[in-house]
Design a protein around this ligand. Structure first.
Ligand SMILES: [Ca+2]
Ligand SMILES: [Ca+2]
Length: 202
């Protein structure tokens, strides 16, 4: 408030976002105004992000998954999402090319951020995903993927990895692109949340 920066996007950020996302200047400026209306501080905290998720999954427990998604969006790891991180994240997860989506998925699964994925990290994300699947839907799942452990085991097997092996980003992306089954098993598409977030776009 009273800060001249709060009303408009800086030229620098605007140019960077146009370059990275192909949104137009008008789109970004209008979007920024509605972002500021929702988040007057210009930043989304982890707590606020979790609250958004919780609203759309009233019967599930999306807290853990929301935490992981938040971490993967928080590019500079400062514990908040600014407009730039928010736009790039939404771009990557909704309209981005599939290679960008998979880069994002890699960062989601690389829980400790060390550049490789372990089997435990796969399990951790799948456990979080299972907390968001309704019990009725779990009943519909094939027998070899109806628990987090089985599903993680199946994914790991598809990559041809041994128990203590690690997956590099290249292996993850190439494996996922060449095997639709892996792609299906690693993802959870929170359509409702995405649609709601997209409504903030002009
Ligand atoms: Ca941040
Ligand atoms: Ca890791």
């Amino acid at each position: 408030m009273g800060n001249s920066k709060s009303g408009a996007l800086s030229k620098e950020i605007l140019e960077e976002l146009q370059l990275n996302t192909k949104f137009t200047e008008e789109e970004l400026s209008t979007w920024y105004q509605s972002f500021l209306k929702e988040c007057p501080s210009g930043r989304i905290t982890r707590q606020e992000f979790q609250t958004i998720y919780a609203k759309f999954f009233p019967e599930a427990d999306p807290k853990d998954y929301a935490q992981h998604v938040f971490r993967s969006f928080d590019a500079n790891s400062d514990g908040t999402l600014d407009f730039k991180e928010y736009v790039i994240a939404l771009h990557m997860t909704s309209v981005g090319k599939s290679s960008q989506k998979l880069e994002w998925a890699f960062s989601l699964y690389d829980v400790d951020g060390n550049g490789t994925i372990s089997k435990n990290e796969v399990l951790e994300i799948i456990v979080a995903i299972f907390k968001m699947i309704s019990p009725d839907d779990v009943k519909q799942l094939p027998d070899d993927e109806n628990t987090p452990e089985k599903r993680a085991e199946k994914i790991w097997g598809f990559f041809g990895k041994k128990e203590d092996d690690k997956l590099t980003e290249k292996e993850f992306i190439e494996g996922t692109m060449s095997n639709k089954e892996i792609l299906r098993l690693i993802q959870f598409e929170p359509q409702k949340v995405k649609q709601k977030l997209k409504e903030k776009k002009p």
